[in-house]
Design a binder for this molecule. Structure first.
Ligand SMILES: NC(=O)c1ccc[n+]([C@@H]2O[C@H](COP(=O)([O-])OP(=O)(O)OC[C@H]3O[C@@H](n4cnc5c(N)ncnc54)[C@H](OP(=O)(O)O)[C@@H]3O)[C@@H](O)[C@H]2O)c1
Length: 312
């Protein structure tokens, strides 16, 4: 039976294990795929730990880890049009991603352009789409300055590229080890931690027009002090986060509004295929090292994207 990496209860890494599970059959409006690559995300370990997503049913264990993948269609469910066996696709998974076979919902599945690798394609449904949603939510005019915290991670790297493409000046916080990397994306690097507000003001004396936070907690509390009082459209969000809704609400900001739409998936797929958006896959692990892949993200210090590749 095909192999999958699962958790058998909510908890820490100790609840993870490999399992042999039957290949899932596609239901209505679903595609079955042979997985080629999986994007590893913080939400994977957060769900394992017991976090819930809006509208998600309670977990039925074992639960296959992961929420996004790219692969090759092996079967199409009833009612599916526009996809056929053998198509190369990417999308948000139904029933997990760290597996040799899984399902995609056609509502969130796109054809993989030939110019795009399976590795890069697997990273688009979550990190790149979240970056896209946040940058569009802020809707800053060209020439404005956007501060991104955690700019060296999966969402940050994509958000920086999208913001630069929109004509924004981008300032970003990242560990000193990522300085050269984030500067290569056109980001003005700032070291996080004590004194970060002064360091941001030193590199952006004209002020920061908005913050896209990808860290949360104390880092979000501290960085919010960078924002000067709004002078323009007070209704426009100026402080958004993908990482910490509770803190951002207390600070007067808002959580990023996720579209989770085919339109956004198609948009980021097109940008990636055109070479405008590079997810910067830093580490690739085989499926039998899925535990190490998830630990690499769970440390909270990933560079770009971590991917699990499934051997053909
Ligand atoms: N709401 C949604 O739909 C949604 C979707 C995607 C992601 N998210 C959330 O958004 C957050 C970011 O996701 P991601 O995929 O980009 O995570 P990631 O790939 O793990 O990247 C996080 C980045 O933050 C940096 N970082 C950690 N502590 C920091 C600090 N104090 N100051 C500045 N940078 C710091 C990390 O590296 P260094 O410290 O080494 O710089 C790392 O590069 C996560 O909380 C994730 O769960 C939410």
């Amino acid at each position: 039976m095909p192999k999958a990496y699962v958790y058998i209860a909510n908890g820490g890494p100790e609840v993870e294990t490999f399992a042999d599970l039957p290949a899932p059959e596609p239901g209505p409006d679903q595609l079955a795929i042979a997985v080629r690559a999986v994007g590893v995300n913080p939400v994977d370990w957060k769900l394992r730990g017991g976090s819930t997503r809006p509208g998600q049913p309670a977990p039925v264990f074992p639960v296959v880890l992961g929420v996004e993948a790219a692969g090759v269609v092996t079967a199409v469910g009833p009612g599916v049009t526009g996809f056929a066996v053998g198509d190369e696709v990417l999308g948000g998974t139904v029933g997990g991603a760290y597996a040799e076979y899984t399902l995609l919902s056609v509502a969130l599945a796109a054809h993989k352009p030939a110019a795009l690798s399976f590795r890069a394609a697997a990273c688009l449904p979550v990190a790149a789409a979240t970056a896209y949603d946040g940058v569009h939510q802020l809707a800053l005019p060209p020439g404005a300055t956007l501060l991104i915290t955690g700019v060296g991670g999966g969402v940050g790297v994509a958000a920086a590229q999208l913001a630069r493409r929109a004509g924004l000046t981008v300032v970003g916080t990242a560990n000193a080890g990522k300085k050269d990397f984030v500067e290569s994306l056109g980001v003005t690097w700032v070291e996080p931690g004590a004194g970060v507000v002064e360091r941001v003001r030193a590199v952006a004396p004209q002020g920061v027009d908005a913050i896209y936070d990808l860290v949360g907690g104390a880092a979000l509390e501290e960085i919010a002090g960078v924002l000067v009082p709004a002078t323009g459209d007070a209704a426009a969000p100026r402080l958004i986060t993908a990482a910490d809704s509770a803190t951002v609400t207390r600070l007067g900001g808002v959580a990023v509004q996720r579209a989770r739409s085919l339109a956004v998936l198609d948009a980021v797929t097109g940008l990636a295929a055109a070479g405008v958006l590079d997810p910067h896959v830093s580490d690739v692990y085989p499926l039998d090292r899925a535990d190490a892949a998830l630990r690499a993200v769970e440390t909270g210090h990933a560079r770009g994207k971590v991917v699990i590749e499934v051997a053909v």
